[in-house]
Design a protein around this ligand. Structure first.
Ligand code: NAD
Ligand code: DAU
Length: 359
């Protein structure tokens, strides 16, 4: 069995769906607190799969993590759980420190205690795969080369500072205690089940509702976009063949300004779901910039490509079109997430307790 933390969120749920498409996949226990960002509805397709189980738990809960580890004896932990939205970290950083720093510390600590009890072969095979972000490296100037694994840490937001702290803890658990860790730092993901507070799903859902499309500052900030299933494939590769103690940068080599991304979305929507009058571009509204806004991120994914043979399958053009098509076909998902109705749906389905194992 493998443990997935944060498996009801955007990347975690895509990872579980992708993982279980493999005929030889080990069973999964999804451990998720179900914050505003966690939605077991994302996992409806595997809910009845005997290889999938869910438990609602907080990674900060020492007893819960220790109990789950000793009961299920996982071969690996893939740690996605985090507070992930930069704007929220500016407004209220406390939860970011609690989950991203203290939660990761607790998980590492419990994982170490568990790992130390394992017999030889199981001890050798165990992996703790930590999922992190390119934001820990700070902001690039236009002339700078993309981030490598050797780039210095320079986090600028409360989110990226909390993720940087978690990365350092993972490193220290490996260096000090020998815990077999792997770390990845990935660029901006996009695709199905992306919570509509983030740029791409926000623009699509606002556009379809005829609402303004907020672009921060001049819109010329650059992000390096990766379709989420390419990230999932990279993580499977790192888990299978990454060298213990190493970090791998993951990115799609798709640097675009935010304005280009918003224009692209508007143009695809004009083609697939035309407005009665005018273009979706008419809804673009420049708003006050994000404080401490990083100007540019770009990832050099040379190491994972050279050493582990990973390559992204989607270009930005194919991935963004698939994403728009997914949101057009899943208006009800967006409506439920935005209105909070999915919480009612969950209660109707499961009463006060979501499905899955009890701790
Ligand atoms: P998300 O916000 O969509 O999902 C986070 C999940 O973690 C949710 O299901 C939430 O309920 C769960 N969670 C939060 N606090 C928890 C706690 N204390 N205990 C248990 N579960 C908890 O996030 P995402 O975009 O899927 O990101 C997943 C991971 O990938 C994060 O670690 C993030 O830093 C990293 N990452 C994200 C991106 C991106 O573009 N989204 C890029 C690189 C790295
Ligand atoms: O780089 C990886 C990171 O990407 C992940 O670690 C984070 O978890 C993930 O949220 C994402 O962070 P960003 O801050 O880059 O994503 P976001 O979608 O919030 O914003 C993308 C860009 O768009 C950023 O430059 C801010 C801008 N933006 C965002 C929103 C929500 C806007 O211009 N308008 C908006 O309304």
């Amino acid at each position: 069995m493998i443990f997935i933390t944060g498996g009801a969120g955007f990347i975690g749920s895509n990872f579980i769906l992708d993982w279980l498409t493999q005929a030889t996949a080990e069973p999964v226990l999804n451990i998720d607190k179900l914050t505003y960002a966690g939605n077991p509805y994302n996992l409806g397709a595997v809910e009845k799969d005997a290889r999938y189980a869910f438990v609602q738990a907080d990674i900060c809960d020492e007893t819960a993590m220790a109990t789950l580890l000793s009961r299920y004896r996982p071969r690996a932990i893939i740690h996605f759980a985090a507070e992930s939205h930069v704007d929220r970290s500016i407004r209220s950083p406390d939860e970011f420190i609690r989950t991203n720093v203290n939660g990761t510390f607790n998980l590492l600590n419990r994982a170490l205690q568990y790992w130390l009890t394992l017999p030889g072969p199981e001890k050798t095979d165990f992996r703790f795969l930590h999922i992190s972000t390119d934001e820990v490296y700070g902001s690039l100037a236009p002339e700078d080369a993309p981030f490598t694994e050797a780039s210095p840490y320079a986090p600028n937001s409360l989110y990226s500072a909390s993720k940087a702290a978690s990365d350092h803890l993972v490193r220290a658990y490996h260096q000090t205690y020998g815990l077999p860790t792997l770390s990845t730092n990935c660029s901006n993901n996009y695709g199905p089940f992306h919570f509509p507070e983030k740029l791409i799903p926000l623009v699509i859902s606002n556009a379809l509702a005829g609402n303004p499309l907020p672009v921060y500052g001049d819109g010329l900030q650059i992000r390096d976009w990766l379709f989420v299933t390419d990230h999932c494939a990279a993580l499977r590769t790192v888990l299978a063949s990454g060298t213990v103690g190493e970090t791998y940068n993951i990115g799609g080599g798709n640097e675009h300004t935010n304005l280009h991304v918003v224009h692209t979305l508007c143009d695809i929507l004009d083609e697939l779901a035309a407005r009665s009058q005018g273009s979706y571009r008419d809804l673009i509204t420049f708003v006050k910039d994000r404080p401490g806004h990083d100007r540019r991120y770009a990832i050099d994914a040379g190491k994972i490509k050279r050493e582990l043979g990973w390559q992204p399958a989607e270009s930005f053009e194919t991935g963004i079109r698939k994403t728009v098509q997914w949101y057009l076909a899943h208006g009800e998902w967006v409506r439920q997430v935005r209105s909070g109705d999915y919480l009612n749906w969950l209660r109707q389905q499961y009463g006060d307790h979501p499905p899955g194992a009890q701790i």
